[in-house]
Design a protein around this ligand. Sequence first.
Ligand code: WQD
Length: 342
Amino acid sequence: MNILVTGGAGYIGTHTCVALLQAGHQVVVLDNFSNSHPEALARVEQICQQRIPVYQGDVGDADLLEQIFTAHAFDGVIHFAGAKAVGESVEKPLYYYRNNVTASQTLFEAMQRFGVNTIVFSSSATVYGDPHAVPILEDFPTGPTNPYGRSKLMVEEIMQDHARADQTFNGIILRYFNPVGAHESGLIGEDPNGIPNNLMPFIAQVAVGKRAQLAVFGDDYPTKDGTGVRDYIHVCDLAEGHVKAIERLHGQAGCHVFNLGTGSGVSVLEMVAAYADASQRPVPYAIAPRRAGDVAQCYADASKAQQLLGWQAKRDLRDMVADSWHWQSGNPDGYRSSSDSE
Ligand code: WQD
């Protein structure tokens, strides 16, 4: 299949492009490089030994979408492009709603004009908010607690309404838990701008010596060791989940929702210990106050994806931290070479 990948230069986007190309599909990437780097796509081409058509621009640019959909006959779209920092979304809600919601609607309208019916949407477990129980099932009540999570849920609801009105529309909603790790080549990986918000990239930067120590946001949660528990999933398992989803559900009508997680929870301190072991580097940390908005536990019941997509996560915590360290130690400044960062 020929797939348009929006946000294809990003962390999950690049790993999914690799999985799509290695499964024999073709990709075209649209990315504005606001939170990604063209070098990442050069690395994807290096891994797959294939050239990738790339358009630089915004998903919300209707004229650009007209140009792209005229130039390429797509079988489907995988839509990653969007802003994803919880804290930033609280400070800039209007930006998040324009960038994540309005832009997605522009994309859906372009797809409808060109008769492209299948889209895989990058959603997030953050739509569940503070779950009443774990593991979390897809039919649990949603309750996002920040503009980022609300923007993801709004797009999901637009897709549900669109599928009810347009019987040809096929929307596949994938709710990610906590993506971590990197491709085994060490050529692509997570490259956050500035100070990492998320746990794994922060630990990686402590291990490689870019950060002095990790602040553990609270050790008084009702969990196995008092620290936050999450469902960390290897980014390559996540990428393969996208390929399975578009292959299995392409051409079907309706809206389908899947949790993509491992089904098991790992605490902050367990992650610290695993990373120190994989990197053979110290990962110093200090206990800090809880972070506003954090929940104690969040992990998936991913059995629906296993049953209906024939997908389940294969890589374990050791793979996640080893692959993360391989990327981080080989690319301490991410995709920015030393000349870029001068
Ligand atoms: C994980 C655990 C923290 C950093 C967020 C988004 C979610 C998704 C994934 C986009 C928590 C603790 C973290 C640190 C710490 N993103 N922590 N020190 O908050 O579960 O999910 O990222 O889709 O939508 O909400 O991930 O990695 O930020 O935190 O102690 O410096 O690590 O308290 O328990 P989170 P996270």
